[in-house]
Design a protein around this ligand. Structure first.
Ligand SMILES: Cc1ncc(COP(=O)(O)O)c(C=O)c1O
Length: 330
């Protein structure tokens, strides 16, 4: 794994700093447990994978969402202003679920500079690293590679589920910044899972010898992603997603709410899409860590997430039908 990290991610590390985990999910969970002091704040992207939010709360962290600009990149000035006494962790996810944005190197440089200035730990979720269709995937850890290990701050989380289509195996890995942070993560892992199952780890080793299959997988998803073009023509999507498996549609101009549009698609077309509300929740957490209320970013009332990781022909058919339903409503 460390050889892959060096070659593919330009992250010069060693096997002692890489943890094999039952999926990226458990890796993320364990990292949050290992860095969190109850009451500390974690900064999550305005649109995030809901599990990031749930894991933050389970770790006793208080989540706060940082705004994204019109291209779904972090608004660095706003993020800078969010720094407070208890702010400790910054979560970055590129390629992004649910927005499909792929952050450029300059954006990641800006995020790292902010984290260094405010002494934040970075959790970089790179589960979709192999699905980039415009631009390139840059690993956050590469950018701090010239620092001594003890001055590094990036935990990077990877998954076998996407690149190798091995979701059911539950396999992922975490690269930690240095041995001290690794020792704390080891305590969490020993107290929760001990280790990932050995047969699954052998399956993961075999997968690393089949990198050509990753390219085949990516090209399938790229074909499916390109077939979302009717959604762009229909004005539901401003551009094709740059990476990942998902895109956010805006149905605001159709005079119908996202939930209603999604329910209609399911009923009449058997097409499942996810109203965006659940990807932009803003919980109010009090001093004891209790969640007092949960609102969502109001913009999500008109947004939906579509997944394009299915068979290209099915995705193409669904995209065409969604565009037709939209034009019938206009
Ligand atoms: C952003 C992101 N990170 C991590 C994961 C989880 O990956 P795994 O199956 O390895 O737990 C997902 C799965 O949907 C995801 O969207």
């Amino acid at each position: 794994m460390s050889a892959k990290l060096r070659k593919r991610n330009r992250h010069d590390t060693n096997p002692g700093l890489v943890f094999v985990t039952p999926g990226a999910s458990q890796g993320l969970f364990a990292v949050m447990q290992s860095v969190a002091n109850p009451g500390d704040e974690i900064l999550l992207p305005g649109y995030h994978w809901p599990i990031h939010l749930q894991q933050s709360l389970l770790a006793g962290l208080r989540p706060r969402c940082y705004p994204l600009d019109a291209r779904r990149r972090p608004d660095l000035e706003a993020l800078d202003r969010m720094a407070g006494d208890r702010t400790r962790v910054l979560l970055v996810n590129t390629p992004s679920n649910p927005t499909g944005a792929v952050y450029e190197r300059e954006v990641l440089d800006g995020l790292l500079a902010l984290a260094q200035r405010h002494d934040w730990t970075i959790i970089s979720d790179e589960a979709y690293e192999d699905f980039v269709f415009a631009g390139e995937h840059v690993s956050m850890a590469e950018l701090e590679g010239d620092l001594p290990a003890e001055q590094r701050r990036v935990f990077t989380v990877f998954s076998y589920s996407k690149s190798f289509a091995m979701t059911g195996y539950r396999l992922g890995y975490v690269a930690v910044p240095d041995a001290a942070r690794g020792a704390t993560l080891q305590v969490v892992e020993e107290a929760s899972i001990l280790s990932s199952p050995t047969p699954v780890q052998y399956a993961g080793l075999a997968a690393l010898d089949a990198m050509d299959d990753v390219a085949i997988n990516r090209e399938l998803v790229r074909t499916a992603r390109n077939s979302l073009a009717p959604l762009v023509s229909a004005g539901l999507l401003d551009r094709l997603p740059e990476g990942g498996w998902f895109a956010l549609l805006d149905v605001g101009a159709l005079g119908v709410g996202a939930e209603e549009f999604a329910a209609g698609l399911l009923d009449s077309e058997a097409i499942a899409v996810a109203p965006a509300r659940g990807f932009a929740l803003r919980p109010e957490v009090d001093a004891t860590g209790t969640v007092r209320s949960v609102d969502a970013d109001p913009a999500t009332a008109r947004q939906l997430r579509v997944a394009f990781c299915g068979l290209p022909a099915s995705v193409e058919r669904a995209a065409r039908r969604i565009a037709e339903c939209a034009s019938a409503l206009r």
